[in-house]
Design a binder for this molecule. Sequence first.
Ligand code: GAL
Length: 674
Amino acid sequence: MSYFNEITLGVCYYPEHWKEELWPEDLRRMRDAGITMIRIGEFAWNKFENQEGVFDFSFFDRFLDVVRTTDIKVIFCTPTATPPAWLTLKYPEVLAVDLDGRKQYHGARRHYNYNSPIYRDKTRIITEQLARHYGEHKCIIGWQIDNELNCVTNEFYSESDHEAFRTFLQERYGTLEQLNSAWGTVFWNQTYTEWEQVYLPRHTQRDTCNPHLRLDAVRFFSESCISYCRLQYEILKQYLPDHVFVTTNGLFGHVDYNRMVNEALDFITYDSYPEFGLMEGADHLKDRRWSMNLARARGTVKGFGIMEQQSGPGGWYNFRVAPSAKPGQIRLWTFQSIANGADFVSYFRWRTCSFGTEIYWHGILGYDNLDNRRLEEIRNLSKDIKKISGMAGSRYQAKAAILYDYDNEWDGETDVWHGPLRRYSHLGLFQALQEEHIPFDYVTVTPEMDVHTLQQYEVVFAPHMTIVNPALVQVIREYVEGGGKFITGARTGYKDMNGRCPMEIMPIRMTDLFGIHILDFTAVMPDSTDQYAQMDGQKIYMPLFHDILTPVDEACVIVATYCSGYYQGSPAIVRKRTGAGEAYYFGAAFDCKTVKTLLRSAGVSSGLSCWASVPEWCETAVREGDRGACLFILNYEDKWTEIQLRRTMKNVLTGNEESGTIKLEPFGVLVYEI
Ligand code: GAL
């Protein structure tokens, strides 16, 4: 469900940064620019509790009294991202501690730890006070918990965290014997004989750490974050009417967002800063790469919002210098978010702050407060948004799925054998699917996942399923039997859920699914000449790693063979039919060009061709719902481009019926009714 009937534009506003006389005029100018929602309060703890236990709501009451004179709606925040100085001075144990054991002192933000009993208590009190006071306020349509949980740091090493980790492990393993066995502590004499000996990772020789401990530590970081969010969620829900939602803004590392949404939120929002993609060091997909993050948000929950959408150039006084969005790019990024499934877009921020760390993180308005081109662009685009407002609640239509699996993601962060493959392949798959206009979803592996989840997709990729989840393998089997195409990449199937490598033939539990054994393999060094395979008469690029596949089943068909190396001529890609579907084993990391060839060979094509022919540098997306369906075409290039329409369609933004060749301006957007 969506809490939004209409696609809505909002903005992040900080009443505490401005003179009160500015408030009415700011709200009037927002409304005039088509902005109908504001987010407030996320860093303002002292405005509510300036001294321990002394609560005063008059500041935000006065502000909301002004809001009440308009039709602007409010997302109110709990202010726990920035604990007050009085709190951290009196209770230093609430401070976050890094791996080096250094406390993160007052002065920036997110300087607390989730497991401190005192901080949890203080959180409970401020959340309850705010919920009691503002819960029924007519202007408030939703709440944001904290701000960007797990941003800045997503690992915590305070005394409270070590203690909570022990409790987490006791619940997971019961006894120390089980823990020792799960972590293989007999290796290098790591055996624990008392729970007090167990810690989260600490500095060790060469900074290595037991990999199974490390995996459980990340699971624990996620658990801590979710539990802290749930603490606030449960309090808020006691005081809020049903139609008022509770969310938080993400997405950051070491959080299982599917669990967070299931247990501690109504839905998730994403903070989208596509400009990071335009900066030095970013890949050639640039701002378009942000659609990958939007797909992750969509994979977490159908129906999400953008709590912070970039509007001005970003940068702190001591961190990052970024270019301004060129004319048209704010509009493009707004449509990027909506095309990818967002039901609301709230810009960061109304006016650039004239003091503090973020003096260069520009908002819509500059320090001078004058009307500018950014405001003008938003005012104009808001008229376009009105024309597609009925798309709220509609769903992004995907043909392909990429399994997103937290266990493998987290294991791959430190495992240098499969981690780099994952990162390479995520990009390769994303780029290939984007450029071929084959829309995809990330489907997160959850305990609730069943075959129906996968059956909606013609093809499912599981880039490198190193850790094998037996329940997932069962779902994949059913999917293939029912007619699905399943494709996995190198290094699939050699670890159990603790990240240990069982004494079994690889790919473990799946040898019959692909009809192969993997008896030999090799990493492929960057300067190696052995990086290719032969497929349908073409040379295809097979980077990073080679699994050398041995067919053991007559039904296993060899799709490609390695071109060189001591294993020249050995199978590199195979497929096996089971029931009505097929399972492919792909022996390397997924390169964009190779994926395109593979998609063609597997008969997976774009559904777009019945409507239009669109160059690969434009993104396309279809959203469909009860109130109709729209095709979005987004031009990320700073140049005119041509689109060929294959049928006559109504351009929703101009109201014209169009056909034939359409010229699309630099950073331009087209929306057609289909
Ligand atoms: C976000 C954060 C905002 C602001 C913005 C620009 O990550 O939520 O509060 O800091 O970045 O730095």
